[in-house]
Design a binder for this molecule. Structure first.
Ligand SMILES: Cc1ncc(COP(=O)(O)O)c(C=O)c1O
Length: 365
């Protein structure tokens, strides 16, 4: 048993924060300004979000349709509670970000897990036939996560349009979690689902945040994007309260991230790309282990099924290699025999973790 472990299970990066964000926090401390987020800063955070969406993804959304909420899971709760028929089940394609599977039952709603389809090369695809059947069975909402934690996919326009066709035909809704949008590693566009056309704008509640790309999840300021007049009207009675749920540091940090920290993000993405490439090379050297192509996010999805590891992959690698991963079963039944690995760490530590994992696997032979 290793006394200490290399932590690779919490989705945050070991790379600090952009200087402009640190400056926001320093300035607040120096001036002892720790009050509520003033209206002007609230407006600035909404404006910065809308500008970033326009600049990065060519998605023009009025700043008034951006709502500040503490985090993406708060947006998910609102999507379920305010924008779906009472009591209707929620479709979660798996493998999924773990809390999707617990937030839904906590709201007294049923989760319909839809295991995704796996190509021979380890790439996942949504099972649209099963999603269609789940809507037919009464589900009100599909949870879409793109870029996709934990399997690393960046969904293509064709894939998103195929989703839109099913949702539109069934009169369903989509909660689109795009928190990893800044972290596309391959030369692929991130396409905000609601920006595709009027259909998707009409049935989607989107969540974005600077939390992952700029490494500030603890400052608690996510953004909900509304993309049609009906949803704006539905949410209007709650909009003022929503703005009160975020803090001063988070609201100001969002502006510093979106407006002033693109270069920092570009450097991080380039470093993550190098880590991803190293990970792929080193996993090839671990007999019986496979990795899904990581097109986006800093999360790798490791297929350990062939190794048949006692107690599951996370327990095995924690005990035998001193590397702390998330067991795939936390991401739904489809994750049995898999593990989730956060690789946003300094490269020497990543190399060390993978060497330890290799030795642990070889020692079993
Ligand atoms: C896909 C996805 N959604 C949501 C979250 C959590 O975001 P928040 O802290 O804003 O709720 C994470 C964090 O890892 C995530 O990967």
């Amino acid at each position: 048993m290793f006394p200490d472990a290399i932590g690779a299970f919490v989705a945050e990066m070991d790379f600090g924060v952009p200087p402009a964000v640190a400056e926001v926090v320093r300035t607040a401390a120096d001036s002892q300004a720790m009050g509520y987020l003033p209206m002007a800063d609230r407006a600035a955070a909404k404006r910065a979000t809308a500008d970033w969406l326009a600049r990065s993804f060519d998605w023009q959304i009025p700043a008034d349709n951006v709502h500040l909420l503490p985090d993406v899971l708060s947006v998910m709760r609102i999507a379920i509670q305010r924008f779906t028929p009472p009591g209707s089940p929620v479709i979660v394609p798996t493998p999924a970000y773990m809390p999707f599977l617990t937030v839904v039952p906590a709201l007294d709603r049923e989760v319909i897990e839809v295991p995704s389809l796996l190509d021979d090369d380890g790439r996942y695809h949504l099972d649209l036939v099963a999603i269609d059947a789940a809507f037919a069975a009464g589900a009100g909402l599909l949870v879409l996560c793109n870029p996709w934690n934990p399997v690393g996919r960046v969904l293509t326009r064709d894939e998103l349009e195929a989703v839109a066709e099913v949702v539109d035909r069934r009169g369903g809704r989509v909660f689109s979690d795009e928190i990893h949008a800044p972290l596309v590693l391959d030369d692929l566009p991130h396409l905000p689902y609601a920006s595709l056309d009027e259909r998707t704008a009409g049935h989607t509640i989107t969540a974005v945040a600077a939390s992952k790309g700029w490494n500030i999840p603890g400052l608690k300021c996510g953004q909900m994007l509304l993309s049609n007049d009906d949803d704006v009207a539905t949410f209007a009675p709650y909009a003022a309260d929503a703005g009160d749920t975020v803090g001063l540091l988070g609201g100001r940090a969002v502006v510093a991230a979106y407006d002033e920290s693109q270069d920092w993000l570009d450097d991080v993405v380039s470093y993550l790309r190098g880590n991803r490439d190293l990970l792929v090379t080193m996993v090839e050297d671990i007999p019986g282990l496979r990795i899904s192509p990581v097109e986006g996010t800093y999360i790798a999805w490791l297929d350990c099924r062939e190794l048949d590891l006692p107690g599951g992959p996370a327990q095995f690698f924690r005990r035998e290699a001193g590397v702390a991963l998330t067991d795939g079963t936390m991401c739904g039944e489809a994750g049995d025999g898999f593990a989730r690995f956060i690789f946003a760490m300094p490269r020497p530590i990543l190399r060390d973790a993978l060497e330890r994992m290799r030795e642990a696997v070889l020692a079993r032979r």
